[in-house]
Design a protein around this ligand. Sequence first.
Ligand code: NDP
Length: 400
Amino acid sequence: MGKCMIIGCGGVASVAIHKCCQNSEVFEGIMIASRTKSKCDALKEKLQPTTKTVIETAQVNADNVDELVALINSYKPDVVLNLALPYQDLTIMDACLATKTNYVDTANYEPLDTAKFEYKWQWAYRERFEKAGITALLGSGFDPGVTGVFSAYAMKHEFDEINYIDILDCNGGDHGYPFATNFNPEINIREVSAKGSYIEDGKWVETEPMEIKRVYNFKGVGEKDMYLLHHEELESLALNIKGIKRIRFFMTFGQSYLTHLKCLENVGMTSIEPIMYEGKEIVPLQFLKAVLPDPASLGPRTVGKTNIGCIFRGKKDGKDKNYYLYNICDHQECYREVGSQAISYTTGVPAMIGAMMIMTGTWKKAGVYNIEEFDPDPFMEALNKWGLPWEEDFDPVLVD
Ligand code: NDP
């Protein structure tokens, strides 16, 4: 069917690449292009004997538009799947514009010096993508990603209007370390140490970090503490889903994780302000990343399950209705299949599916779109087929 260039070769990319290789009919060729080429080569060596997908590799600095343009022109992919870091979103979008190539990512742009997740920088590309006749699909991971597809599906099939959405992200996994992050520590810690916020009546309501706590009993996992966080899909879902009065995002954290994080914060280790150390400028959070366990090393040690989904409350045929859509994913099963734990798996699978939707022309409209702006049905089918089956509950326990 076509060729896909995958930028980045970390935890999420590794899963997406395994999944592309399982799906050779669509992904006839992939190019893995990242900062450290040896990681791309190692993955190629492992996977090429197992797949018909022709794998190529390249070194690229995704902060450099000219380098990206040259690489895209030499490979001519149908789509570029950006699985580097959010800081590279705009340079990769610029390169896609210059080469008229479709674009998919899993996280919205964030400038290096302000931990602020907003779509405004990427939405500013709408007109240019439309004029170039290419698609940018934003946020094709799990959250954002599947949570948007779930919302579009609920809107299409279950509701006339959705008034309340609670997105619940539960990781019941245990890696046995006192403190480690399940994905890129810098991104993860920036996310959880930021102020919380949610949208009510069209306005953002801000909370202190971890101020709002609830306890929820998750199917497949059990009872967990969860905390309200700011999360990027709130911004787009509040605009794209009809009738929204309030939308919130909760993530589970264990007490040990929070105590460690508080301590690291109190001593200044989570700061993104550069400091001078022995004559060299360093960013404390980046230094912390260097001493923490590599998320990729957690795979073999992590046991337990994740449960991520959305509880919807709204109206159907004039009556109140509640509906919960979620996926349960087992860390060890993911590890056996693709050598990664469930956090990377639940992001990498939808990333592959998003690229597939564009490559097959199933999703086709020029411009910049969030995932809930497309027909959810083919994506929902693909989730069941490619390892993230979903479950529904028509009488869920609600979050107060
Ligand atoms: P990793 O840190 O494991 O991987 C990032 C990769 O990008 C690394 O291979 C890194 O190279 C490469 N990279 C970084 N900077 C550059 C650059 N300038 N040029 C080329 N390559 C570069 O991160 P994850 O795999 O955990 O996360 C990947 C993305 O997925 C992030 O944007 C993250 O926010 C997003 N994500 C989204 C989720 C969702 O549900 N929507 C959930 C989890 C993550 P090197 O190997 O040299 O370090």
